[in-house]
Design a protein around this ligand. Sequence first.
Ligand SMILES: Nc1nc2c(ncn2[C@@H]2O[C@H](COP(=O)(O)OP(=O)(O)O)[C@@H](O)[C@H]2O)c(=O)[nH]1
Ligand SMILES: [Mg+2]
Ligand SMILES: [Zn+2]
Length: 289
Amino acid sequence: MLLQGTLMKGYAGFYYVYADDRVWECSLRGRFRVKKQDFIPGDKVQILPGTESKGTIENVMERKNVLVRPNIANVDQAMLVFALATPDPDYNLLDRLLVQITKAGIEPLIVFTKADLIARDSTPAVDYRTIGYRTIPISSKTGQGISEVIQELKGKVTVLAGPSGTGKSSLINALNPGLILKTGAVSQKIGRGKHTTRHVELLSVAGGLVADTPGFSSLYLPKMKREELQDYFPEFSPYKRNCRFASCMHDKEPDCAVKEALSNLDIPASRYDHYTTFLKEVIENEQRY
Ligand SMILES: Nc1nc2c(ncn2[C@@H]2O[C@H](COP(=O)(O)OP(=O)(O)O)[C@@H](O)[C@H]2O)c(=O)[nH]1
Ligand SMILES: [Mg+2]
Ligand SMILES: [Zn+2]
């Protein structure tokens, strides 16, 4: 009987596969060795279980997507981790990541950490949940929101994104007390040197798999046509068909319904700001090709 599983990592000639809620140490069928097939974490495989959690990889499925950095296949979602305080959220970076991730065909999940540091009744500067993004405020200190994050990770392959110091490692530790990742500024300094190459791996966390290194670290927006950018601002869509020009970029054009919604406070000012900032970048990039 073959088991469906997901490759977590390859190491010293063995492949570690997560299947049936546990980890199997697998070797490859000869034909894969002959074909020099490259397996990467996230690959969906079928394994033939043997004794003592050992097995062999019998089949590998076609990939639905591949992320380059970190190199992972079949990524279901990206968890964007931003702190509500210390450091204050960088909304420009958050909006930039939302564009990158959505364009890559990956579902975003926004997690705001360190909720214990702000007043319970304080409202966020930008209401990402109302825009339509899955958004969870959490605290790794008090446990607030942790069970909601567990629900979202279950059965999925997740890559983390977000600045350092926002509590990504602390969150993984809170989700999975058995697994201790280094946290805080000090251990980051003495951590892996910049020049040490290392392989990415998926960690088994809360019934799902999470990449151990953050992704989407590039600040550059992906190449796209200027008309496409507004698709990544879903809160514009109820208004844009009322703009005078069908080709409206919602920038300098007269009779723009998006700008009218902005002045009525129906669109958050910082989102619109970032849209116009990104639009300039996208147009500059267009001219390079
Ligand atoms: N008050 C508070 N501090 C936190 C929370 N999560 C992380 N921290 C602290 O923030 C710092 C950075 O956390 P870390 O997990 O290393 O962040 P990373 O760089 O994103 O992995 C550490 O000093 C943590 O103790 C939280 O929910 N509440
Ligand atoms: Mg960390
Ligand atoms: Zn417009």
